[in-house]
Design a binder for this molecule. Structure first.
Ligand code: GDP
Length: 294
């Protein structure tokens, strides 16, 4: 993420050091912004759109009295970056009804199992009784990994390494954890399968049979704008409401991943910022951009 931030800060310092802020200087600032966004793997189409909007707004909108041209341009840059990354959203996930079932989907390596543990930890800290269900019956090790995460966080866990049928396993898991008093049940599903079609088929069946209250898609920030393809593929299988973008720490392509998710009209709810259990942050575009601009 550092390099996205550095790129954007360079744009800001270019604005601050401009002399007249005439069209020539504006064009050069816009080019600097385009470079920074492309380096962060933001899709070309989005880069061109944001460039045009910033230019148009700066040249056509009336500037409020008392503000310098530089202040106005920085404010427009700020607004448009917020829009690029998802707009003005602050609404938190409403945990209703109880038990609230969250199904996690995503391809193998996206950080899904780690994210399941992090989300469990997040809600436990908010005071909920949480349970994790290991319904990834494909990846060897997924069961042990989630079990260990559940133990370290101190939440309930259900899994059965002998069971091959993800649907009946998850159903049993939900029933067991509900009886044990879980208020939030997080179901970790497979990310690898025989092939992509059978993975999507399993996700569809799980969604239909488990009727989760929410589906979270987990994507990996290091994939940059390529996450758009995953977002589309999963969209056809399951109506996920939220996305978690993992591995935002140290990924120069985080800006590309976030903007690709926003462009697909899905909402990024959390970002993963490290391998540790506490490395999960609610994602609020406005706050994120405020931090970027320093
Ligand atoms: P899954 O196959 O999707 O279940 O992926 P895992 O949860 O096993 O994660 C794959 C790798 O990514 C592991 O080495 C995790 O420690 C790592 N990982 C997950 N989330 C993050 C994150 O936010 N930051 C970093 N740096 N690593 C992460």
């Amino acid at each position: 993420m550092e390099s996205f931030k550095e790129g954007i800060l360079q744009v800001v310092s270019k604005i601050k050091s401009s002399v007249l802020l005439d069209t020539k200087e504006l064009d050069s600032i816009i080019r600097e912004l385009q470079r920074a966004l492309l380096k962060a793997d933001v899709e070309v189409k989005l880069v061109l759109e944001i460039s045009e909007r910033i230019k148009k707004r700066f040249l056509e909108e009336e500037h409020p009295p008392g503000f310098s041209k530089k202040d106005v341009l920085i404010k427009i840059l700020y607004d448009e970056l917020v829009n690029l990354l998802g707009g003005e959203t602050t609404e938190e996930l409403a945990i209703k009804p109880i038990p609230y079932k969250i199904m996690l989907v995503g391809i193998e390596g996206s950080g899904k199992t780690t994210t399941a543990g992090k989300i469990a930890n997040y809600f436990k800290k908010k005071g909920y009784r949480v349970g994790l269900v290991a319904a990834d019956t494909y990846r060897p090790g997924a069961y042990d990994q989630l079990k260990m995460l559940a133990e370290s966080v101190g939440v309930m866990f259900y899994g059965d390494p002998q069971e091959r049928d993800a649907v009946s396993l998850a159903k049993k898991g939900i029933e067991t954890l509900e009886k044990a008093g879980a208020q939030i049940i997080i179901i970790d599903t497979a990310g690898r399968h025989k092939d992509e079609n059978s993975l999507m088929e399993e996700v569809k069946v799980l969604y239909r049979e488990l009727k989760p209250n929410s589906v979270f898609l987990v994507v990996d920030a290091t994939q940059g704008s390529a996450v758009a393809r995953q977002a589309r593929a999963f969209r056809e299988a399951v109506p996920y409401g939220y996305v978690v973008v993992s591995k935002m720490d140290g990924s120069a392509k985080g800006g590309g991943a976030l903007s690709a998710v926003a462009a697909s009209n899905a909402r990024v709810l959390f970002i993963g910022v490290g391998e540790k259990i506490d490395d999960l942050e609610p994602f609020v575009p406005r706050k994120f951009v405020a931090r970027l601009l320093g």
